[in-house]
Design a protein around this ligand. Structure first.
Ligand SMILES: C[S@@+](CC[C@H](N)C(=O)[O-])C[C@H]1O[C@@H](n2cnc3c(N)ncnc32)[C@H](O)[C@@H]1O
Length: 196
């Protein structure tokens, strides 16, 4: 079994949510076509998406934030086994307070779904001239469009927040947003319009 398949298998068996096949393909294609070299990821989990992106080109550098210390250990081990330790730096922190002056070609947001607006505001200044945000899980397993499918009040509240965020990025006149509802769990690519 390839290392990538081993990671997928581990995630599946241990209920660690990682990007779905279609979603990771979309993300890697975007990294290739936009020639991204500097990437910030919010939500490392076991390092799966970071490793997939790093493997595209040895010049790619990734900062990735993860709050769960147990997952960080696994991610660092996977990153080492894949010889990506010179490309990927795992930061143990809440992504919402990660501070850096670096500029990124891609800011991939895949951490706490209720905090997407907070992450976008927090990292706005860290986008490079041609940089984009990518947000995953904007359908939240179909619940955003069908909230009646859950009875849980907490899930309903989360789904409402994701819906509000999705509407906001689609309606904000300062943003160019492409929403791909049928890719993975619903992915958006968001560019900030340049002020002329
Ligand atoms: C969907 S998983 C990330 C999957 C990963 N991007 C991949 O596809 O391989 C989301 C991760 O975000 C982490 N997380 C949740 N809240 C966070 C926060 N505030 N800051 C950083 N990481 C957070 C979770 O512990 C979880 O590992």
């Amino acid at each position: 079994m390839s290392e990538i398949n081993k990671m997928k298998d581990y995630a599946h068996k241990n209920n660690v949510p990682i990007m779905q096949d279609e979603g990771i393909k979309f993300l890697c294609d975007l990294v290739k076509t936009r020639n991204c070299r500097s990437i910030l990821e919010c939500g490392t989990a076991i390092g799966f998406s970071s490793i997939c992106m790093a493997k595209i080109n040895p010049e790619i550098k990734i900062d990735t934030c993860e709050i769960n210390v147990g997952l960080i250990e696994i991610a660092r081990k996977n990153i080492q086994e894949e010889n990506c330790e010179n490309q990927i730096e795992v930061h143990h922190c809440d992504a919402a307070i990660f501070q850096t002056t670096k500029k990124y070609d891609l800011i991939f947001v895949d951490a706490a779904k209720a905090q997407y607006k907070k992450y976008m505001d927090h990292f706005m200044e860290n986008l490079s001239e041609t940089g984009v945000f990518v947000f995953d899980n904007l359908n939240f397993h179909g619940l955003v469009d069908n909230p009646e499918m859950t009875k849980s009040r907490n899930t309903k509240a989360l789904v409402r927040k994701i819906k509000n965020f999705r509407d906001l990025i689609l309606e904000d006149k300062n943003l160019n947003t492409c929403f791909y509802p049928n890719i993975g769990d619903g992915i958006a690519v968001v560019e900030v319009k340049k002020v002329l």
